[in-house]
Design a protein around this ligand. Structure first.
Ligand code: NDP
Length: 257
């Protein structure tokens, strides 16, 4: 199956297996749907069982194949088990999207150890754990696509109140570049996507006046959609992107141009 996704972009991923972390809502849900619509079997990973079931149902309703895997990305054992289960079920793992992420915003003098650790553990350690686990089956097949969802906060600019978040995303981009070099000879590409402000629950929590101010600084004069991030991920997951590795695509309506 290779159909146009919500954004109208068509890629044929039939016969491939993808795993998306943070697939229970927001950007991860859109990415999982786009990969499913493109013909990949999709392992949907997050903690919220009910929300995961909704993503799986949406992929299945569109004619795709998906399964939910309840997992906290900060747990090494749990991550290893999920990757083993996916390979046991579908025989391979071709595409990994490290998307699960959280914010715990506050200015640096008030940032607690817990706020720092929680964000670094989810956004950076979680991506490390899944990348390490996924490279086993990818090295065996000598093929893979690893796509890390970073952020303009860390990749392109600082953002007051986000020392923990920016550090996690800048770290993720550093990891992307290094792992790209380690795996390039085995036809495994590793790239990042850095979204600007995208309409999801994460940005919804910011409130209308802050969002209005943010919008006025975006040349496109609007927030992006989760589907627009999914479009960049689909491209990086496709055969067309085979010679792109260690890079980061910014999806921000020109905000950091
Ligand atoms: P949401 O808050 O809407 O969704 C976050 C997702 O991550 C949920 O599916 C959540 O699932 C999952 N998640 C969080 N913690 C864990 C955990 N410990 N284990 C497993 N899953 C977890 O966020 P967005 O969709 O907005 O963001 C997705 C990614 O995009 C994040 O990495 C974010 O940093 C990045 N991003 C977002 C931007 C935006 O403007 N929205 C801008 C730039 C980057 P559950 O709670 O069920 O576990």
């Amino acid at each position: 199956m290779s159909q146009a996704t919500t954004s109208g972009f068509t890629v044929d991923l039939s016969g491939q297996v993808a795993l998306v972390t943070g697939a229970s809502r927001g950007i991860g849900r859109s990415i999982a749907l786009a990969l499913g619509q493109s013909g990949a079997k999709v392992a949907c990973v997050a903690r919220n069982r009910d929300k995961l079931a909704e993503t799986v149902a949406a992929i299945t309703a569109a004619g795709g194949t998906a399964e939910a895997f309840e997992c906290d990305v900060t747990s090494s054992d749990s991550v290893t088990k999920v990757v083993e289960s996916v390979v046991e079920k579908w025989g391979q793992l071709d595409i990994l999207v490290n998307n699960a992420g959280i914010t715990r915003d506050t200015l640096i003098p008030r940032m607690t150890d817990e706020q720092w650790d929680e964000v670094l553990n989810t956004n950076l350690r979680g991506s490390f754990l899944f990348t390490r686990a996924a490279t086993g089956p990818m090295l065996q097949k000598r093929y893979g696509r690893i796509i890390n969802i970073a952020s303009v906060s860390g990749a392109n600019m600082g953002n007051p109140g986000q020392a923990n978040y920016s550090a996690s995303k800048a770290g993720l981009i550093g990891m992307t570049r290094t792992v790209a070099r380690e795996l390039a000879k085995r036809k495994i590409t590793v790239n990042a996507v850095a979204p600007g402000f995208i309409e999801t629950e994460m940005t919804g929590a910011m409130g209308d006046s802050i969002l209005g101010e943010i919008k006025s600084k975006i040349p496109a004069n609007r927030l992006g959609t989760a589907d627009e991030v999914a479009g960049a991920v689909l491209f990086l997951a496709s055969k067309a992107a085979g010679y792109i590795t260690g890079d980061c695509i910014t999806v921000d309506g020109g905000m950091t141009a």
